[in-house]
Write a protein that binds this ligand. Structure first.
Ligand code: ASP
Length: 311
């Protein structure tokens, strides 16, 4: 088995096509493992993984934990609620203490951009970024790409529309890096106030007209409007936002052809996407969740257990 080793997964910026392909190919093998009656392999036996979640998460936290258990790793979970963090302990102290208990891999989610990079420079354990502020969420973009490879069969030349709150979205940033590296064409659509100006330098197109964008794309990845991160004046009102940028059935029908619909979750139903689109025939939203476990297994395996083959 060909294998590209890497020590940490901090983001997709600067990650090569070769590494992304290796992760997606390994994830395919784990998808097959997940179909088995007993979906478990011993690849990470003896490896200890700590999940450090300093920001709320449901899907990502459960997905990582399941991936670790399916690989037979020993797992410890830490969430900042109810921990010494509330007594003023720093991330570095917490991580060092956890590392002193002989942890091999740290999965971290934090509201501060760069928190995983900061840790990776200071501790010996391998670090996986599970979302840092508005910066990156690399495993989400990898699972999005795996879903697309399955659904459409290719990434090269694929026309992907990323819709909504780009400004606050780590999912958008990781997707832009990953998709561009893999040769996809990317267009961003949303209100001007929610699209950062510097983004065009990343080789993407920007539009504020959703109907035009839908006429162009093969895939639409709808982002959650990050209500907890909004500042005054970025959107006039939720109704206005929904009217101009909400993905509705009427809009999909106007486009007049099949468009793959994705959403990283959690969904604000009736705001960025209507229920009949989210649950409709072109939606792959639940497949994304399934593929997330396989992608996280692949990342953990390549970081911590790469010498051993998948038995
Ligand atoms: N679950 C994703 C994230 O953690 C997307 C979102 O929260 O909107 O970034």
């Amino acid at each position: 088995m060909r294998q590209v080793r890497f020590n940490h997964l901090l983001g997709l910026a600067g990650v090569s096509r070769e590494v992304i392909t290796e992760i997606l190919d390994s994830a395919e093998a784990f998808l097959e493992v997940l179909e088995r009656p007993i979906p478990r392999v011993p690849s990470l036996r003896g490896v200890t993984v700590a999940n450090l979640f300093f920001e709320p998460s449901t899907r990502t936290r459960i997905s990582f934990e399941l991936a670790e258990k399916r690989l037979s790793a020993d797992v410890v979970n830490f969430s900042s609620i109810g921990s010494s963090m509330s007594k003023g302990e720093t991330i570095l102290d917490t991580a060092r203490n956890i590392e002193a208990m002989k942890v091999d891999v740290v999965v971290i989610r934090h509201s501060a951009q760069g928190a995983p990079h900061f840790l990776a420079e200071r501790i010996n354990a391998a670090v996986i970024n599970a979302g840092d502020g508005t910066h990156e969420h690399p495993t989400q973009a990898l699972l999005d790409m795996l879903t697309l490879r399955h659904q459409v069969g290719r990434l090269e030349g694929l026309k992907v529309l990323i819709l909504g709150d780009i400004l606050h979205s780590r999912v958008a940033r990781s997707n832009i890096w990953g998709l561009r590296t893999m040769g996809a064409e990317v267009t961003l659509c949303g209100p001007a106030t929610l699209i950062p100006r510097e983004v065009e330098s990343l080789g993407v197109n920007v539009t504020h007209n959703l109907d035009e964008a839908l006429a162009w794309c093969e895939v639409v990845n709808v982002l959650r409007l990050q209500l907890e991160r909004q500042r005054e004046g970025l959107i006039p009102s939720l109704r206005e936002y929904q009217r101009s940028f909400g993905l509705t059935r009427e809009r999909m029908e106007r486009a007049g052809r099949e468009i793959v619909v994705m959403h990283p979750g959690p969904i604000n139903r009736g705001i960025e996407i209507d229920s009949d689109v989210a649950d409709g025939p072109y939606s792959v939203i639940l497949r994304q969740v399934t593929f997330g476990v396989a992608v996280r297994m692949a990342v953990l395996y390549l970081i911590a257990g790469g010498e051993r083959v998948i038995e």
